[in-house]
Design a protein around this ligand. Structure first.
Ligand SMILES: C[S@@+](CC[C@H](N)C(=O)[O-])C[C@H]1O[C@@H](n2cnc3c(N)ncnc32)[C@H](O)[C@@H]1O
Length: 225
C-alpha cells in the first residue's frame, strides 16, 4: 500500500516519500538502509549493505533529512518518519509510538534547572527507553535556548533502547543536530539493550566533545562492554 502524503506530517513528508515502499522494498528495510547510510557517511560501521537499486532513493531521503534538520532543529523528525512508515503495514517491525515534540519541550521547560557555568563534571541526562530521542533532543534545545552552546558542551546525554532502530535513530538525531547546528555535547552515549537488566548492551555511539578533557568512561559503558 503506497504512503498517503496528506497523512504524513509536512516536515518529514519528503523523507518518508523517498523511503516509500511502493517502490519495492519493505518500509522497515528502507528505514534500516537510510539509518545505515547516514551513519556510514560519518564513518560508522554500516548497519546493513544497501543494494544498488535502493541507493538513489536513500540518497534523496538523506538530502530531504538534511533540509528538514535546518528547518526543525532538535525535533524528533525520524520518529515521525518511523511512525509514518509503520502506518504502511510494517507495524510488527516498526511498532513504536513516540512523545510529540511539544510535549517533550513542555516537560523540559517545567523541569529545567540552570546548569552552573563553573561545573567541572558533566551535567548528565538520561533516557533509558529513548525511542528516537525526543526527550533528549528537547532537553538539548532547552539548554541552547536558555544558556547557549557553551552550556551544551557541559551536558552528557545517555540513551538506551531495546529496539535496534530506535537506538540508532536516537544516535543519528543527536549527532545530526550537533553537526547541523555546529554545537557540541560534552558526551553522547547511545546503547541498545534492555535497561531493566544488567545484560550486556551494544554500544551504538560513544562520542566525546574534542574540546573537553578526556574523562573516565561512564558506568553505562561498563555495562555494555
Ligand atoms: C513509548 S516509546 C517512548 C520513547 C521516547 N522516550 C519518547 O518519549 O518518545 C518507549 C520506548 O521504550 C523502549 N523500551 C521498552 N522497554 C524497554 C527496556 N526494558 N529497555 C530499553 N528500552 C525499552 C521501546 O523500544 C520504545 O522505543
Amino acid at each position: 500500500m503506497p504512503l498517503k502524503p496528506n497523512l504524513i506530517p509536512a516536515r518529514v513528508r519528503g523523507i518518508a516519500m523517498a523511503l516509500d515502499t511502493n517502490y519495492g522494498h519493505r518500509p522497515d528495510t528502507m528505514m534500516r538502509w537510510f539509518i545505515s547510510a547516514v551513519m556510514e557517511l560519518w564513518g560508522f560501521k554500516p548497519w546493513d549493505r544497501i543494494p544498488d537499486d535502493a541507493r538513489a532513493k536513500i540518497t534523496t531521503a538523506i538530502g530531504e533529512y538534511d533540509a528538514a534538520l535546518q528547518r526543525y532543529p532538535w525535533a524528533d523528525l525520524l520518529g515521525d518518519v518511523y511512525q509514518a512508515l509503520a502506518s504502511q503495514g510494517a507495524r510488527q517491525s516498526l511498532g513504536q509510538f513516540f512523545t510529540p515534540d511539544h510535549v517533550c519541550r513542555l516537560i523540559s521547560q517545567m523541569n529545567y534547572k540552570t546548569i552552573p557555568a563553573n561545573r567541572k563534571e558533566l551535567f548528565r541526562v538520561s533516557d533509558p527507553a529513548c525511542g528516537g530521542g525526543a526527550m533528549l533532543l528537547a532537553f538539548c534545545n532547552e539548554v541552547l535556548e536558555r544558556q547557549g552552546p557553551e552550556a551544551l558542551q557541559g551536558v552528557g546525554v545517555y540513551a538506551c533502547d531495546l529496539d535496534a532502530y530506535c537506538a540508532r535513530m536516537c544516535a543519528v538525531q543527536l549527532l545530526a543536530n550537533c553537526f547541523s547546528q555546529q554545537v557540541e555535547l560534552g558526551e553522547i552515549v547511545v546503547l541498545r539493550g534492555n535497561s531493566l537488566s544488567d545484560e550486556r548492551k551494544e554500544v551504538i555511539v560513544h562520542a566525546t566533545s574534542p574540546t573537553r578533557e578526556p574523562r573516565q568512561e561512564p558506568r553505562y559503558l561498563e555495562l555494555a562492554a
